[in-house]
Design a protein around this ligand. Structure first.
Ligand SMILES: *Cc1c(COP(=O)(O)O)cnc(C)c1O
Length: 422
């Protein structure tokens, strides 16, 4: 027996599971090579941006107090702008999460009397209170900004007639969510987003097109800003933080749009000029540098899981052969026990809190108990291997991340064994 097999057996992985996993992995060889080629391109894109902006050792240490003339912060923002092909970027540890980044992008760029349009159905749950779809203190609705929505057609394609009808005099900003989030629809490709933006701009050229880019960064070799988006927005504890950024969010886009968001993050008059980076910069740079290969690991893990569970007869979205535009994998497990077993398997492979046994609990804002598996170095980081599932039919589990493919594979094997052999 080779040393690797011995090690897996020591961890309690069954020989049958090992054999099934090896077979699936072998079948995915070409797919993984394609992912590696994308990562190679994106790695060079990141290095090119860092070199073009002359990132130097002095950029890695930050400022205190007001944060005036914070060279490392300003250079990091220039690097993000280069990567996304935009005029400007706002990349800050003071942006607390993805929702916050999206909220300041919206609040900074909309004015009373304007209307916000989502042409891709309901936006991510946490934005409902920002927009005022559900009542929220300080929501856009409270400031007299209205909201319109065009749903996707049943086959997941854009309802161009409904979108055209929804664009009016008041429509000032269109928000396009790339990833499916926790919905049943498909994730949008960058190409599809480009077609949607072209359609909208043809009807109303001055409308701002914003893309919620969460979980999509570096999955393809182009980003929504390469196909006409005025702003792309995301979280640094997902793909672009590479698992190292401790907190933060980004907005990359046209100067006008980014400045408008910056004066909401800080204040009118101050904008991007203030905001001490403290000790956050080194991990933000290093994480960005790691992000293409970390995203590739997460993608391989997602595809491996899709194939493994699909072969075992479960419904998986996306399936094992489809193109991928984000790192999220959904598996329909069909029973509460299996959702719990899956999450416990993921947790038991974690480098941190691997001894913890997760339980479903009544999380605020959810209509059913939710179980979460996360043994992360950065609290709540979902570029690290993590899973969660609401305990209600059809008993879906959503999982994502994996800083290394080897860890992703191990966690999924444990989840699979728990579900299949308990
Ligand atoms: C994660 C995510 C967000 C923002 O969520 P936070 O938890 O606030 O970072 C927004 N939209 C989508 C599609 C997401 O996946």
């Amino acid at each position: 027996m080779d040393k690797l097999t011995e090690m897996y057996l020591e961890f309690g992985i069954k020989k049958e599971v090992l054999d099934t996993a090896s077979k699936v992995e072998a079948e995915l060889k070409e797919r993984f090579e394609e992912i590696d080629r994308n990562a190679e391109y994106n790695q060079l894109k990141v290095i090119r941006a860092m070199q073009a902006n002359r990132v130097s050792e002095a950029c890695l240490s930050g400022t205190t107090g007001y944060g005036y003339n914070d060279m490392g912060r300003d250079t990091l923002e220039a690097v993000y702008a280069s990567i996304f092909g935009t005029e400007s970027a706002l990349v800050r540890p003071q942006i607390t999460c993805g929702t916050h980044a999206l909220a300041i992008a919206l609040m900074g760029n909309l004015r009373p009397g304007d209307e916000l349009l989502s042409p891709v159905g309901k936006p991510y749950d946490t934005l409902e209170e920002v927009i005022g779809i559900r009542p929220g203190r300080g929501s856009l609705a409270e400031y007299g900004i209205t909201y319109a929505q065009a749903d996707l057609l049943s086959d997941g394609s854009f309802d161009f007639d409904a979108i055209k009808a929804a664009i009016g005099d008041k429509t000032a900003l269109v928000t396009i969510q790339r990833s499916k989030g926790y919905q049943a629809r498909k994730t949008l490709s960058v190409e599809a987003i480009g077609e949607l933006i072209a359609f909208i701009k043809k009807i109303k050229p001055d409308v701002i097109c914003m893309v919620d880019n969460c979980y999509g960064e570096f999955v393809e070799t182009i980003e929504p800003s390469d196909v006409g988006a005025d702003m792309v927005v995301g979280s640094l504890i997902k793909n672009p933080g590479g698992g190292l950024a401790a907190t933060g969010g980004y907005i990359a886009g046209r100067t006008e749009c980014v400045e408008n968001a910056a004066v909401r993050l800080t204040t009118p008059g101050l904008g991007k000029e203030v905001g001490a980076s403290l000790d956050a910069l080194k991990s933000m740079y290093q994480g960005l540098f790691m992000a293409p290969s970390v995203t590739a690991s997460a993608l391989k893990s997602a595809i491996f899981a899709a194939r493994l569970f699909e072969d075992a007869g479960f419904t998986v979205v996306p399936n094992g052969n489809e193109e991928r535009y984000d790192i999220i994998q959904a598996v329909t497990l069909g029973s509460a026990d299996k959702v719990i077993d899956f999450c416990r398997g993921i947790q038991s492979a974690a480098p941190v809190d691997g001894h913890v046994v997760p339980e479903p609990w009544d999380m605020p804002g959810y209509d059913a108990p939710v179980i979460m598996a996360a043994g992360a170095f950065i609290s709540g980081s979902s570029i690290e291997l993590s899973a969660d599932g609401p305990i209600k039919p059809p008993y879906n589990v959503f999982f994502q991340g994996g800083l290394t493919w080897q860890h992703g594979k191990f966690g999924i094997m444990k989840a699979y064994q728990n579900v299949m052999y308990k």
